[in-house]
Design a protein around this ligand. Structure first.
Ligand code: IMP
Ligand code: MG
Length: 173
């Protein structure tokens, strides 16, 4: 089995989520937010984050899948797209982790075509060294190194999403 070592405890994550919620609440004061959860990985972060936000929040969900097996190819298939009207809304994309940025790049292009009033990104983890597209989250929980992470919604082949902390995954051996 792969080896997991905790890098962010539930307490550290909770503090980061509170900080992000406070920043977002301040920036969007007096406005409503359409918060978009990028499934599947963001579902836990998303549900914690929106409860730390004080302006009115409308929620919707989108799901995309990368074609490539191990590395993000940027060729993404949209499997589920928000029903909500994007036009004229203050839209906040909530993502678990940004690596190459290719997935978000596609999502942002598609959303921009629907003419939101504003469009921002909040990511729990930013693997900045992996970047291939020019994507910079407006709100970031933690900068992380070029490793693989699981827990708090993030998965390794569908596993470990239920872990309360974020763990670095090392292959067996
Ligand atoms: P990107 O297109 O390379 O930025 O990858 C974005 C998606 O790949 C994220 O939304 C995650 O679903 C997945 N991903 C990237 N790095 C990790 C990781 O370390 N653990 C789990 N999923 C990851
Ligand atoms: Mg994701």
């Amino acid at each position: 089995m792969e080896e997991l070592s905790e890098v962010f405890s539930p307490g550290e994550i909770s503090a980061a989520v509170k900080r992000l919620g406070a920043e977002i609440s301040r920036d969007y004061a007096g406005r409503g937010i359409l918060a978009l959860c990028v499934l599947n990985g963001s579902f836990i972060f998303f549900s914690d984050l929106i409860r730390e936000v004080t302006p009115p929040v409308e929620v919707d969900f989108l799901k995309v899948r990368s074609y490539s097996s191990t590395e993000s190819s940027g060729v993404v298939r949209v499997e589920c797209w928000p029903n909500a009207d994007i036009k004229g809304k203050d839209v906040l994309i909530v993502e678990d982790i940004v690596d190459t940025g290719l997935t978000l790049n596609v999502i942002i292009k598609r959303l921009m075509a629907e003419n939101p009033s504003t469009l921002k990104v909040c990511a729990l983890l930013d693997k900045r060294s992996g970047r291939k597209a020019e994507i910079n989250p407006d709100y970031t929980g933690f900068l992380v190194g070029d490793h693989f992470f699981a827990g708090y919604g993030l998965d390794l082949d569908g596993r470990h999403r239920n872990l309360q902390g974020v763990f670095r995954v090392r292959p067996p051996g």
